[in-house]
Design a protein around this ligand. Structure first.
Ligand code: SAH
Ligand code: SF4
Length: 392
């Protein structure tokens, strides 16, 4: 059945408080899980096996009720249930675009909200997840950048976004069902939602390690892309400790323009950033760096910019992802014209680099890059207005 209008579904209206007593196991590394089990009475000799079993229930089968973990003794299940919980952030509402894109508004502890976007394509399904509520950086074209950093997400809240999307897409294999039987709906993860992942490095690393763990969600490191605005000291660590693919929000070819668009450039300028990218230890043809480049009319979209870009990245295995600017209410820029973007792409392509132009997805539900949260705020405002008008 083809959909003709986006669907908004309120999944949760009454906020449920997260329990503050028992320890949440979601987001713990294998080592931390082992320690937690031992601290709550699991004999040390058994700990390794218990970690494997519990890990498999949580991350391979998506089971969160200890009583359903049937290869554990009943008494042990009860003991686990007394001390631990397996909880993930709650979906407050879900919107489905006419193009199949799904946007989830997710509530985390403290009542804060982040957004998660699922983008189905013919050969893949990409989940765009958030790493922070708000952002400390103030990129002038980004709506998240207009919001103060509220807090870092925990590792559990980061991997929890993947888990809640798997719930919604009904993607967990049934216990016992061989893994890999069905095509993956979530085949790729991109850290391109709200926040700067490299300013929340440890939690992002721990969450992505869980996503890559072969006994669980088991996504290849080549199917995870971390996007950074250019936090230079953390880039080498990303290769060493996570090993996923890297995308860099480049967006300009002179320091003057990049200073204005991506202010972190004042700290680590284009030359410093490029040096670091050249050293990225895992560089190879199959692991190109993605240069993200938002197309802003008359700001960074000239032929001269395209030629400079090609010169700058010489020697770095790269692809350039051109992102037509997604406008948001009050945004100070306009999207470059189609022809301009195409001409820019041609120059880069002729220089030997892939230069895909990103197709905006989920526009009817404001699910595009850099727009996250704005729709939510507007929706909230209008709900408040409606209530005020109704005399509540
Ligand atoms: N903080 C990280 C990741 C989140 S932003 C970073 O900056 O890379 C994900 C991507 O969306 C970045 O390339 C960002 O520059 C881009 N983006 C932000 N706002 C945008 C907008 N309004 N239109 C198009 N792309 C945008
Ligand atoms: Fe933060 Fe990235 Fe937005 Fe810049 S583009 S403000 S780093 S989320």
């Amino acid at each position: 059945m083809t959909q003709t209008a986006p669907i908004t579904q309120d999944v949760l209206t009454i906020p449920r408080k997260l329990p503050d007593g028992p320890v949440n196991l979601v987001g713990l590394t294998r080592d931390a899980l082992r320690e937690a089990l031992i601290a709550h009475g699991t004999p040390e000799k058994q700990a390794k096996m218990r970690v494997n079993q519990i890990w498999q229930w949580i991350y391979q089968w998506g089971v969160r009720d200890f009583h359903a973990m049937t290869n554990l003794a009943k008494a042990y299940r009860a003991q686990l249930a007394e001390n631990f919980v397996v909880t993930i952030p709650e979906v407050v509402s879900k919107q489905v675009s006419t193009d199949g894109t799904r946007k989830y508004l997710v509530r985390i502890a403290g009542g804060h909200e982040v957004e998660v976007v699922y983008i189905p394509e013919t050969d893949r399904g990409t989940l765009c997840i958030s790493s922070q509520v708000g952002c400390t950086l103030t990129c002038s074209f980004c709506h998240t950048g207009t919001q103060k950093l509220v807090r870092n997400l925990t590792a559990g809240e980061i991997i929890g976004q993947v888990m809640l999307a798997r719930d919604d897409l009904n993607e967990w294999p049934r216990p016992g069902e061989p893994v890999g039987e069905r095509p993956r709906l979530i085949s790729n993860i991109v850290l391109m939602g709200m926040g700067e992942p490299l300013y929340n490095f440890d939690n992002v690393r721990d969450a992505m390690k869980i996503a890559m763990d072969g006994e669980g969600i088991s996504l290849s490191r080549r199917r995870i892309t971390l996007s950074t605005s250019g936090v230079v000291p953390e880039i080498a660590k990303t290769a060493q400790e996570i090993g996923c693919l890297l995308a860099v929000s480049f967006h300009a070819t002179t320091d003057a323009v990049r200073d204005a668009l991506v202010p972190i450039n004042k700290k680590w300028n284009i030359a410093t950033l490029l040096d670091t990218l050249r050293d990225y230890p895992r560089l190879s043809n199959s692991e190109r760096i993605t240069f993200e480049y938002v197309m802003l009319k008359d700001v960074n979209d000239s032929d001269a910019d395209a030629r400079r870009l090609v010169q700058l990245i010489k020697g770095i295995p790269a692809k350039i992802n051109l992102i037509p600017f997604n406008e948001w209410p009050g945004s100070p820029y306009e999207r470059s014209d189609r022809d301009r973007i195409q001409r820019f792409a041609d120059i880069i392509y002729k220089a030997g680099y892939a230069s895909p132009i990103r197709t905006p997805r989920g526009e009817d539900i404001m699910a595009a890059c850099g727009q996250l949260k704005s729709a939510t705020e507007r929706a909230r405002k209008s709900r408040a207005q409606i209530e005020a008008e109704a005399g509540h």
